[in-house]
Every structure is written in structure tokens, then in C-alpha cells.
Write a protein that binds this ligand. Sequence first.
Ligand code: B1M
Length: 209
Amino acid sequence: MADMKDLADAIIKGDMKTAVEVTKKALDEGVEPQKVLNDGLVAGMGVIGKRFKANEVYIPEVLIAARAMKSAMEVLEPKLTEAGVEPVGKALIGTVQGDLHDIGKNLVIMMLKGNGFEVVDAGVDVSPDAFVEKARSSGAKLIGLSALLTTTMPAMEKTIQALRNAGVEAKIMIGGAPITQAYSDKIQADGYAPDAASAVDLAMDLVVA
Ligand code: B1M
């Protein structure tokens, strides 16, 4: 039987092959996709995050862990999205200019898709102008900005200003490890979510309720 601890360990070791195999096995055995995500993938990445912070591992180890997580997420994503039937809304989600972190953003996207949203992934290092252009071309009713670096937080404010100045009326939510509710209030986002699950609740409140 697939063990979520084995999956978390595979992510920690950056063992892509095992991470994909255990993810597939767990899904074949009927383990809830949400459990695979939280107890396996996110748990493993959380350990890497703590070790990186404590200087116990370095960027190469983090990169191979991220690569293992991404491969396993490719297996998991269709199962998470299967839960959604009719799209409940269209969202545009990206990581702001100067910031290349995409694991959290991708989780938010998966969770939104899993809860019935149609999502356009704007990618990483997205400039304010590019957000405006993608907001217009997609017609998304919800725009999500992610930032993981304190140095890229100001790009969120610039992006919000650019969107408002361009007359984009979509609701804007923000998130990422350094973001707080106070910062969200300060830059006049429509909402802040501390994690991917809360992002879904917030998205529902902003565009569905
Ligand atoms: Co980076 N990095 N990194 N990194 N990295 C952090 C963020 C850092 C805290 C590590 C540390 O020093 N302790 C630190 C930032 C310090 C700061 O600004 N205060 C840091 C640094 C400094 C850097 C570099 C500058 C390192 C260097 O080159 N010297 C560099 C910057 C590159 C750039 O972006 N320009 C860099 C590079 C990298 C890698 C490329 C090696 C890799 C990214 C790989 C990738 O994303 N594809 C990486 C990683 C993996 C991390 C850590 C270890 C893990 C981040 C992560 O994926 N967490 C991180 C340390 C840590 O977090 N402890 C670190 C797991 C993920 C699920 O969580 O993204 O927070 P998170 O997302 C959560 C919530 O925040 C929320 O939901 C998610 C799921 O629950 N959320 C949202 C996120 N976005 C949201 C959007 C929403 C709503 C909720 O609405 C739209």
C-alpha cells in the first residue's frame, strides 16, 4: 500500500522516479488526491523548506526536490481537476515580476482547478504590463498574484496599480510566504490567502458568492 511518508521522503531526496511511482500507486489504490498532495508532496517540500532555512540543504537539493514535486504534480493534477464539473469562474494566476518561485502558485492553480475554476497560468516573472494584457485577453474575473521574496512584494503593488489604471475590474487576490493581511490591505488587494486551500475559499467569496 502506498505510504505518504515514502512520498514525502522521495520529495525530500529529490527522487523523481519514486515520487511519480508512489503518487501513481496511491491514486491507483484510491487514496484521495488531496491527501496525496498534503500528506505527501506538500509535507516533503515543507521539510526541504525548513532545512534550506537552517542551511542544512542548499539550492541544488532544493531544485531537485522541486523537480520531483513538479513531476508528481503532473500525475496528480488531472485527478485534482476531475472533481470540478462546470467552471465556477475564470482566474488568471501568476508569480510577479522578478520572482521565479512557482510551486505555491502551481498548488493554488491545482486547487482552484480541483474546485471547478478555469485557470489561465500566467507563469513566473510576470510584469505588470503582461498581467494587464493577459487579464484583458483572458477576461478572467479573478486575478491571483503570488510572491515568495520580500524583494518582489512591491511588484504586487505595481501590478495592482497597473491593473486598476488599465480599468481591469477583476477581483485581485494575493498570497505567498512573506505576504500578510496587513500588506494586502496596504496595497489594496481584494483579499489575501495564506495557503492554497484558503485561496479556494477566498476565490469563491470574491467571484462566486
Ligand atoms: Co527560494 N527563497 N530563492 N528558491 N525558496 C525562499 C522563498 C526563502 C524564504 C528561502 C530562505 O532564505 N529561507 C528566500 C526568500 C527570503 C525573503 O525574501 N525573505 C528565498 C531566496 C532568497 C531565493 C533566492 C534569492 C536564492 C538565491 O538565488 N540566492 C532565489 C530567488 C530566485 C527568484 O525568484 N528570482 C531563490 C530560488 C529558489 C529556487 C529556484 C532554488 C527554488 C524555487 C523552485 C520553484 O519554485 N520552481 C526555491 C525554493 C524552492 C524556495 C523554498 C525552499 C521553498 C518555496 C516553496 O516552494 N515552498 C523557500 C523557503 C521556504 O519557503 N521555507 C525559498 C512550498 C510552497 C508550497 O509554499 O510557495 O509559500 P509557498 O506557497 C504556499 C502559500 O504561500 C500560498 O499557498 C501555497 C500553498 O499552501 N500561496 C498563495 C502562494 N502563492 C499564493 C497565491 C495566492 C494565494 C496563496 O493567491 C494568488
